[in-house]
Design a protein around this ligand. Structure first.
Ligand code: HEC
Length: 142
């Protein structure tokens, strides 16, 4: 069985930590990206705006918004992480970036309730900006 497990990874270092916090948080971030995709498409006009579908995506994003952070445990700065040391060295700022993101996602759900595309567009851009701001400060470039 051990040989089979190794197959799922690419060329990157394997997560050897017994609790695998790096793998777990990255799984949630992948879900962020996956859930955000149809939201971003609506704003870029490459997907029709369907109010109930859009609302469901926004709510799903909100549920995910609280999830990755508990996996940034004090002992979890090890390969294959792409987190910058700043996550641990500037913990209050990292926490602030999480709260800012959660607030923006909350506003996205409210915008979805309004059904007003102009309001939605602004809210989506704000969410995207808060992903990017956090990545600039706390995630290494790939
Ligand atoms: C508060 C900070 C923060 C916010 C907000 C944030 N991210 Fe990240 N993201 C990170 C960090 C740190 C990592 C690196 C995790 C690691 O490798 O240990 C990461 C990693 C990722 C990854 C790579 C996952 C992988 O396979 O390694 C994706 C994709 C991603 N984020 C998407 C998003 C999207 C989309 C949003 C917004 C909808 C977002 N993130 C919001 C901090 C954040």
């Amino acid at each position: 069985m051990a040989a089979v497990v190794g197959l799922s990874a690419c060329s990157e270092a394997v997560d050897t930590h017994p609790d695998q916090p790096v793998t777990k948080r990255r799984t949630v971030f992948k879900q962020f990206a996956h859930t955000f995709e149809p939201i971003g498409k609506v704003v870029r006009d490459s997907k029709d705006y369907n109010p109930s579908e859009f609302k469901a995506s926004a709510v799903a994003l909100k549920e995910l918004a609280t999830q990755p952070w508990t996996y940034f445990t004090p002992d979890s700065n090890y390969p294959p992480t792409h987190a910058k040391p700043a996550v641990w060295l500037q913990a209050p700022e990292f926490k602030q970036a999480q709260q800012n993101y959660q607030a923006k996602v909350g506003q996205l759900v409210e915008a979805a309730d309004s059904g007003n595309l102009q309001v939605i567009r602004t809210a989506v851009i704000e969410v995207q900006y808060s992903c990017k701001t956090c990545h600039n400060q706390f995630r290494k470039d790939y």
